[in-house]
Design a protein around this ligand. Sequence first.
Ligand SMILES: C[S@@+](CC[C@H](N)C(=O)[O-])C[C@H]1O[C@@H](n2cnc3c(N)ncnc32)[C@H](O)[C@@H]1O
Length: 196
Amino acid sequence: RFKIDMAAGYSQGIFLDQRDHRRRVRERSVPGMRVLNTFAYTGAFSVYAALGGAQTTTLDLAQPCLDWARENFILNGIDPSAQYFCKGDVRRWLERFARQGRTFHGIILDPPTFSRDDRGKVFRVESHYGELVALARECLEPGGWMLCTSNCRKLGHEDFRRMVAQAVPGFRLTRDPMPPDFSGEDYLKRLWIDWK
Ligand SMILES: C[S@@+](CC[C@H](N)C(=O)[O-])C[C@H]1O[C@@H](n2cnc3c(N)ncnc32)[C@H](O)[C@@H]1O
């Protein structure tokens, strides 16, 4: 169950093309696991991970998004006070987690195509996704997984795969099919990274 705001233009609260990924996140999340949801928006991936039993960390630059994520937890019978929330830039938080030795069994990386952090630093999927994966890799618990996804249409699947593979050499990469009801353009980049 997710709160939707039909008056909010393109940001109504949920991305339907990530539905199958959310289901897979729930299947991969079990009690005792820690799951980090970066660029979390309204926390939909976090809700699914928590429903699977994981303890979640929901990370976003925007406080209204974190508040919305809290509401989505409550709508699903999950006590948000038992979950973590981090406000700020993903790259800076990943560096901080790595310095602190804080690790996660699952990490979700679904950034916007382009953004600026609170200090004006640019993030562009085509240029910075590999760097993001490498930073997240430093916070991955041995045996863990990452979901790498993007709706950037300018980026081809092969280029995306190359960027991700270079950031995590030796890891297994697999690609899910497009959700069957999104039967048009194959735009959604989607790779699971598994520690071999
Ligand atoms: C496209 S949405 C992500 C969708 C989300 N993964 C989902 O499945 O619902 C982009 C989100 O990234 C956040 N964001 C953008 N730049 C950021 C940054 N540098 N650090 C943290 N969050 C950022 C925005 O506030 C927004 O909530």
